[in-house]
Design a protein around this ligand. Structure first.
Ligand code: UDP
Ligand code: MG
Length: 333
């Protein structure tokens, strides 16, 4: 294995010297798994002439995980450890891993031995074929069917359908990304599983390969069924953010328009009833309905204007671009 000596960190970032591959691994109460995982990674990658670093992010573990990580990192400068002050969640831990990674290819992985490091060379081979994102597909998933695998299958179908990106398994942590793809993405909620979608939406080439999956031997899963709902909500939010963030008035304006149309229809209906069936205006709920639709419509329209103002502040305060460049020729910087 080739190893690069760690250089001093730059002032504002945690990044260390350059590696080809950065593996980053969130750890939350996985004391029995870490040493075995470290062995598996070594077995899979040492001797492959891959210049890699491993970044463990201890997400506020309350067991001995950090002590084990310390001993694993001892004397191995390519193994880095970050420790959170408290439990911030897997997505935050992955963000920290991405921030600290210096590799050209970034590979997230679980620390519970359910993913198998021996798949990493296959992921890298796909990246070398020219893909920007290679997603792992736990084709033979070893989790309980009724509360894990089945809801996840349904969520995956829904996500594929809504996003237009066809992957079988968004939830598999083991994936490989070209680092440019991850650099600008900010992760919130459970959004880490949607990175391939964000990437594909800005034009990245995305593919998937089957990867191994093992039953959890030690420790316990940190999630229950409610994760599926969170994931679906996250997706809807993200769909909105990507499609309409630069033009929120289209969404709000559209709903406002429908509401105001309904209000006019109600008024017209009420008047029609008066002249055809001789039902007085106070003999039908239609005028009230009309007034309600009208108020709601105006309010939603105003909300759209507010959303538009917020969006402008969001982009202009951070100098964010509303597009994503692949290349720029003959331009400075
Ligand atoms: N994890 C974490 N913070 C959390 C929850 C989980 O860092 O708050 C890590 C955990 O240690 C594991 C990975 O995220 O490495 C996946 O968690 P888990 O195995 O519980 O999920 P499952 O495989 O059951 O979906
Ligand atoms: Mg697991």
């Amino acid at each position: 294995m080739t190893m690069t000596i760690e250089s001093s960190t730059t002032d504002s970032s945690l990044q260390s010297s350059n590696y080809d591959v950065s593996i980053f691994i969130p750890v939350y109460n996985e004391e029995e798994n870490i040493k075995l995982l470290d062995d598996q990674i070594k077995a899979a990658l040492d001797g492959q002439s891959i210049n890699y670093e491993v970044i463990y992010v201890d997400d506020g573990s309350s067991d001995k995980s950090f002590e084990v990580l310390k001993s694993v990192a001892q004397g191995n400068s390519h193994i880095k450890v970050l420790k959170f002050r408290r439990n911030f969640g897997q997505t935050a831990a992955m963000s920290a891993g991405i921030d600290a990674a210096s590799g050209k290819v970034l590979i997230p992985m679980d620390s519970d031995l359910q993913n198998d490091p021996s798949d990493i060379p296959n992921l890298l081979a796909k990246i070398n074929e020219g893909y920007d994102v290679v997603s792992g597909w736990r084709k033979n998933r070893k989790d309980t069917f009724i509360n894990r695998t089945l809801p996840s299958m349904m969520a995956n179908k829904l996500i594929s359908w809504l996003s237009g990106v066809n992957l079988h398994d968004y939830g598999c942590t083991l994936k490989a990304y070209r680092s440019e793809v991850l650099k600008d993405i900010r992760l919130y909620g459970e959004l880490h599983r949607f990175i391939p979608i964000c990437a594909s939406w800005v034009g990245a080439k995305v593919t998937e390969i089957p990867v191994k999956h093992h039953e959890r031997q030690f420790g316990e899963s940190k999630y229950g069924i409610n994760r599926t709902f969170k994931v679906v909500l996250d997706l809807m939010l993200m769909k909105f953010l990507t499609d309409y963030i630069t033009k929120p008035i289209y969404v709000f304006g559209g709903i406002a328009f429908i509401s105001i149309l309904l209000s006019f229809a109600s008024f017209v209906g009420a008047i029609a009833l008066k002249f055809t069936n001789h039902i007085q205006l106070d003999g039908t709920p239609l005028p009230l309905l009309g007034a309600m639709f009208f108020t709601v419509g105006v309010q939603i329209f105003m909300m759209g204007i507010l959303a538009d103002l917020v969006m402008r502040t969001y982009y202009e305060s951070q100098n964010k671009r509303t597009y994503s460049l692949e290349e720029a020729l003959n331009l400075h910087d």
